[in-house]
Design a protein. Sequence first.
Length: 314
Amino acid sequence: MDTSKPSPDFIMEQDAFTRKTYRDVYPAINPTRPELSQVGKVVVITGASRGLGRLKHRVISIQTQNFATSFARANAGAIALLARDTSKLAETEKLVREISPATKVLSISVDITDEPGVRDAFRQIVGLFGTPHVLINNAGVMGPFKSIFDEEVDSWWRTQEMNVRGTLIVTKAFLAATGPEPKTQTTIINLSSAIAHMLPPGLSSYSITKLVMTKLATLLSAEHPTITTVSVNPGMVSTDLANSLPMVIQSMKDMPELCGGTAVWLASGDKSFLSGRFVDANWDVEELEARKEEIQQGNLLTIGPRGKFGKDRV
């Protein structure tokens, strides 16, 4: 047996918080479960024309979901798709309509760093569908694979502009639409990455943006406690972004539908115990629920310095 190469499961196993881990949709997160119904909900997905926003070169079947199609399978009342690529937006819209003809769909071509454009997009969404209930902050870019020494400052900063500033613009527009203390169940899901808490040389800018996504979820949860805000690692999914990382290509075995199902689960029922926290789509959600008190009392799955703090502990 060749032991010179790490197992394709190495990263997932090292990052495991639950005893069971998954690479594909499993019963607890199957969007067709009645308990996960999104009937009547308005869902907004950014970056909906690439990566995890839509399936790429795959046949749609009863067991294949991504964000847009997962919420369609959960019978969302309406889905708004925001991205720059008009033709691919149309493809995604077609997939949603095929899966759930009753789900209303709106595609809007917009750059998430265009603040007036994003505000106008949300005016359209509210005008057509009413107040949104779920936001999936999925849009983002990787940036070049270069060391801090080698990468130009402007190039490094462009990744921050898209991933951080763009996400902030969309989130503020969403909050303006829902109000700071919505009366109905409201969920924000920020797409993060295990890279946020790993040490990936050559990806400093991208890594920092994903760290920000996790901290942003924590701050939003503190400022808007009636909104469940979670930072989610979609898993080891083969996307255009992920495939640019040569050191982890062999681990890209997760199905994109895994994160789609996880997102639907997070938007269903009371998941406030995970608000402000980091969740990996590979983790077993039933075990997460079983460990609710441990997670809350120990302030687990959050960002901060490691150690025992307080004069009585030193």
